[in-house]
Design a protein around this ligand. Structure first.
Ligand code: ATP
Ligand code: MG
Length: 201
C-alpha cells in the first residue's frame, strides 16, 4: 500500500468514527442529576469521588459529603475540602465494625448518619452529594435498603449523588446511572507497605 492510500484509508476510518461519535453525542441530549456507584475490591472508589468533588467545586457547585464507617478526621481530603466554602463535610462513622463490635451501637450510628444524608438529599442547593462507604451500612443491615433507595429516588432532579464501597447491592446498581467496578490487580498493602499520606489517606 502506498503512503497516499494509507493516508486515505486513515481519513476514511476517522471520518466514520467521527460520525458514530457525533451521533452518540446528539442522542445524549438530556441533562439530569446522576447517581453514580463506585464499587469493587480495587483501590480508587473514594478517591475518584474526591476527584469529582474538585471538578464540581471548579464549576462553583455546592457539595455535601457524608462519610459512613470512617471515624478518622485526619485525612488529606477532609483537611483540604473542609476549608472550601462550598463544602459541607460530615464524618459519621466510629471506625470499622471489627473495632466497635457492637451491633446495636453500629446500627444507631448509621441511622444517625442517614438522617444527615437525608437532609442533604432533600436540599436542592446541594448539587453534589457524596455518600462515602455507604454500601457497608446497607450490607450489614444497619440501614433499611428500601428507605435508602426511596430517598435517592426522591432527591432533587438536578442533584448528583456518588456512592462508594465494596459489594454494592444489585438494587442500588440498578437504580444508578453510572456504575464502575474497580478491579484489584495489586495493592501495596499486601507487600507490607502501610497506608501512605497523599495516596491512601
Ligand atoms: P481510596 O480511598 O484510596 O480510593 P477505596 O475507596 O477504593 O480507596 P476502601 O475500601 O474505601 O478503598 O479502602 C480505603 C483504604 O484501603 C485506602 O487506604 C486504600 O488504599 C486501601 N485499599 C483499597 N483497596 C485495597 C486493596 N485491594 N487492598 C488493600 N488495601 C486497599
Ligand atoms: Mg473508600
Amino acid at each position: 500500500m502506498t503512503e497516499t492510500e494509507r493516508a486515505h484509508r486513515y481519513r476514511t476510518r476517522m471520518q466514520r468514527k467521527k460520525e458514530v461519535i457525533d451521533a452518540a453525542i446528539a442522542r445524549a441530549g438530556r441533562t439530569q442529576g446522576l447517581l453514580l456507584v463506585h464499587t469493587g475490591n480495587g483501590k480508587g472508589k473514594s478517591s475518584a469521588a474526591f476527584g469529582m468533588i474538585a471538578r464540581a467545586l471548579g464549576h462553583g457547585l455546592r457539595v455535601g459529603v457524608a462519610q459512613f464507617i470512617k471515624g478518622r478526621s485526619d485525612t488529606g481530603e477532609e483537611a483540604f475540602f473542609r476549608s472550601q466554602p462550598h463544602v459541607d463535610w460530615h464524618v459519621l462513622g466510629e471506625g470499622y465494625t471489627w473495632d466497635t463490635q457492637n451491633l446495636e451501637r453500629d446500627t444507631a450510628t448509621a441511622q444517625r448518619g442517614w438522617v444527615i444524608a437525608q437532609n442533604m438529599l432533600r436540599d436542592p442547593a446541594i448539587e453534589l452529594v457524596v455518600l462515602d462507604e455507604l454500601t457497608y451500612p446497607i450490607k450489614f443491615g444497619w440501614l433499611d435498603m428500601a428507605t435508602v433507595l426511596n430517598d435517592l429516588k426522591n432527591r432533587p432532579a438536578m442533584q448528583h449523588v456518588i456512592i462508594t464501597g465494596r459489594g454494592a447491592p444489585d438494587a442500588l446498581c440498578q437504580l444508578a446511572d453510572t456504575v464502575t467496578e474497580m478491579t484489584d490487580i495489586k495493592h501495596a498493602f499486601r507487600s507490607g507497605i502501610q497506608a501512605q499520606k497523599g495516596i491512601d489517606l
